[in-house]
Design a protein around this ligand. Structure first.
Ligand code: PAF
Length: 288
């Protein structure tokens, strides 16, 4: 595995692979790798000649009172994990390499951001879209891999690819979970022991909502109430419970089509997000 920190070096390696007409699978990350990231890299390994992973904690996607400084970092451990899973090129630029001076141009996302994390974290998805635009231009991948735990991020990137004519295939990979259902996340290390015990309630609450819909409930308000009741059993503070169409993230009067139920809960030092995405038959459409 080649570890590169400079853009010039990365471009040389990319050019070399392009001359060999190699397909490139790209896994952008902010590091502190867990099994969710490794699943993305594994799929990229299986589907491409070359696998590029980036590790860059992107300051542009953190708000002023968010955890940019304290975001967990362990580059040595990440390098070992990336190499073991079969990454060929690990790109680990520093902030100055990616943002040389006050930027002249940034990307501003216009749709799919007025709900869920986009509403709670103003500017977050502009930061994500800006850094990914830069990374996509640098890596020029054939396929790019994202986890569905950040389903709103996947929806935003999907729209960005279309609007900006990126000729890259987006591969969205299901959330990887602990045995008790907790979605794997770099931020889970910040849960206290007691909070860690409570955290599986997030997924249980989502499943409770999904089961109610599968049993015929179509009123999003009633599904919201069921989920809220479950989440109130934890010591965490509910940041949001959202039920929308997916990937458009529009409100629904009655649940039908592809639906996302997404939640965010703030514990003392970690804000956890999770979601379920599933198909609700339109009236008249047969259950399968
Ligand atoms: O999902 C993440 O880790 C980040 O938002 C991403 C896509 C690497 C952009 O910084």
């Amino acid at each position: 595995m080649k570890v590169v920190t400079h853009i010039r070096e990365l471009k040389e390696l990319i050019r070399m692979n392009q001359r060999k007409q190699h397909s490139v699978g790209f896994v952008p990350t902010m590091g502190f790798l867990h099994e969710g990231h490794l699943q993305l890299a594994k799929e990229a390994r299986e589907q491409n000649d070359v696998v590029v992973m980036s590790i860059f904690v992107n300051p542009l996607q953190f708000g002023p009172n968010e955890d940019f400084e304290s975001y967990p970092r362990d580059i040595k451990r990440d390098q070992c994990l990336a190499e073991a899973i079969g990454v060929d090129i690990l790109f680990t630029p520093d902030v100055k390499e990616m943002y040389k001076e006050k930027p002249s141009v940034t990307v501003s996302v216009q749709k799919r951001t007025d709900v869920l994390c986009g509403k709670k974290r103003p500017g977050h998805f502009d930061g994500v879209a800006t850094v990914l635009t830069k990374l996509f231009h640098l890596v020029e991948p054939t396929k790019v891999y994202f986890g569905l735990k950040d389903a709103q991020q996947v929806a935003v990137i999907d729209a960005m690819m279309e609007d900006f004519f990126f000729d890259i295939q987006l591969v969205s990979v299901p959330t990887v979970r602990e045995e008790d259902g907790l979605a794997k996340s770099s931020r889970n290390v910040y849960l206290s022991e007691a909070e860690r015990q409570e955290a599986p309630t997030l997924f249980q609450a989502l499943k409770r909502g999904q089961t109610a819909v599968e049993n015929g409930e179509r009123d999003p308000k009633r599904v919201h109430q069921l989920i809220e009741k479950e989440l109130l059993k934890t010591s965490g503070e509910i940041d949001y419970i959202g039920i929308y169409s997916y990937p458009h993230l529009e409100p629904l009067q009655s649940l039908a089509g592809q639906v996302i139920i997404a939640i965010a809960v703030k514990f003392s030092k970690a804000r956890l997000i999770d979601n379920v995405i599933f198909h609700v038959p339109e009236s008249g459409e047969k259950h399968v």
